[in-house]
Design a protein around this ligand. Structure first.
Ligand code: NAP
Length: 394
């Protein structure tokens, strides 16, 4: 008998864990249990649709689905279709890779107004997540506040600012693309509660904001009179110094010199949202839409022997996709060490009928074919009935 490991969540950290397990012990059986009919989690639903280079990582994950001892079980939600206790009981080890998919709240007045969106909900809409099919009404939106100074804030601002040509090779859903193209957008404000020396942008992503066809990035040079941090790990200091250099370049740009102006505003904690405006500690800003990009929270899962967490479920919502690889491999080693001391359990298969890898590949082929007709990587299926119909149409 072989040991059986359940990976709960088919995102990148889960796949890196599968990779780590099977590299070290090819005799293992792995079930990847996923609530959606499609794998790849954040890569499919969270990475910005114009960053296709980042999304290319799924090719290596898809190869793992072809292995005989790896089973994909889509449309099964642990906590709904199966209890956590059942899963823990049935498998020799469980790896929780459920990420963090709840928008963190600022805790200020007006956060529940209809024009205030969390970044997860907003980006999931752009990316065709079947639970987030309705986007904001952009038809009257001229001015947008993007709250937060991380790469997600840049993703949101960039996708809103890009023109049709720049999105032509993306897999943004057509409804979102049309809504953005038709919006009378003129100003996007990226708002940091602290100074530019504390921003968590990375250099390549920040620099890209200075190369957009229909948008100019600007900032107030007075906000940049700060020294980059003198202490801290060297890569962090270099990253922050590079950010300041890039922002100095933006400070020389002319607001209004392109149809959309992206304003980087610092030291401006948000205090309240009201219809048509956001109150910042430094004054009132008129805006028609707010997207908060301040991080994510996760769902609880059991913390007990034999249950391990990886990725954002383990360490919180930080780190790029490749940074999960080493961590997931290290956790896989811990799991294997735990299994070595235990006999495999003899338990019946508890998985209900699911969308398997063949079903996912039918969805994949359908989407890629729809995209090929338009010169795009894919056109996503965005509603549950269509996803299930295509997955089951053999
Ligand atoms: P992040 O880098 O942690 O940025 C979160 C931002 O929210 C910070 O600027 C933080 O400000 C701000 N914030 C938090 N609470 C706030 C509050 N109450 N009021 C105002 N601002 C608040 O997280 P992220 O942008 O969500 O990105 C998550 C991870 O994914 C990061 O590691 C990121 O690099 C990665 N990612 C990478 C890419 C890419 O490589 N292209 C793209 C997207 C995401 P403080 O610093 O003041 O707390």
């Amino acid at each position: 008998m072989t040991h059986r490991v359940a990976i709960v969540g088919a995102g990148p950290s889960g796949f890196y864990a599968v990779d780590g397990l099977l590299r070290a012990n090819p005799d293992l059986h792995v079930d990847i249990i996923e609530r959606l009919p499609t794998p790849f989690g954040l890569v499919r639903a969270g990475v910005a649709p114009d960053h296709q280079g980042t999304k290319a990582v799924v090719r290596q994950f898809d190869r793992l689905l072809a292995l005989p001892d790896v089973r994909f079980a889509g449309t099964i939600e642990v906590g709904r279709d199966l209890g956590w206790d059942e899963v823990c009981e049935a498998y020799d080890a469980v790896i929780v890779a459920t990420g963090r998919v709840i928008d963190r709240k600022l805790g200020i007045p007006g956060e529940d107004l209809p024009h205030v969106w969390g970044s997860w909900r907003f980006i999931a809409w752009l990316n065709g997540h079947p639970d987030f099919r309705v986007g904001p009404d952009l038809s009257q939106v001229r001015s947008i506040a993007v709250i937060g100074n991380g790469n997600v804030a840049l993703d949101v601002a960039r996708v809103l600012a890009k023109g049709a040509e720049e999105m032509a090779r993306s897999d943004i859903v057509p409804e979102a693309e049309a809504a953005i193209a038709a919006a009378p957008l003129a100003d996007i404000h990226i708002i940091g509660r602290r100074g530019p020396e504390h921003a968590s942008f990375t250099g390549n992503e920040l620099a890209e904001m200075g190369r957009l066809a229909r948008a100019v990035a600007v900032t107030d040079p007075a906000a940049l009179n700060v020294a980059p941090p003198a202490s801290g790990p060297t890569p962090e200091r270099l990253r922050k110094a590079k950010n300041l250099e890039i922002l100095k370049g933006f400070a020389a740009h002319q607001p209004g010199s392109k149809p959309i102006t992206i304003h980087f505003r610092f030291n401006a904690p948000p205090l309240a949202f009201r219809p048509g405006e956001v109150e910042l500690a430094v004054g009132i800003l008129p805006v028609d839409l707010v997207v908060t990009c301040i991080g994510y929270e996760g769902e609880p899962f059991p913390r007990q022997e034999g249950v391990y967490a990886v990725g954002w479920a383990r360490r919180g919502p930080t780190g790029t996709i490749p940074s999960n690889r080493a961590e997931s491999h290290a956790v896989a080693k811990e799991v294997l060490a735990w299994l070595v001391a235990r006999d495999p359990k003899s338990r019946p298969d508890i998985l209900p009928a699911a969308i398997d890898a063949a079903g996912w590949h039918r969805i994949d082929r359908h989407e890629v074919a729809a995209g090929a007709a338009l010169g795009r990587p894919r056109v996503k299926l965005t509603d549950w009935p269509a996803l299930l119909a295509v997955a089951q149409d053999d």
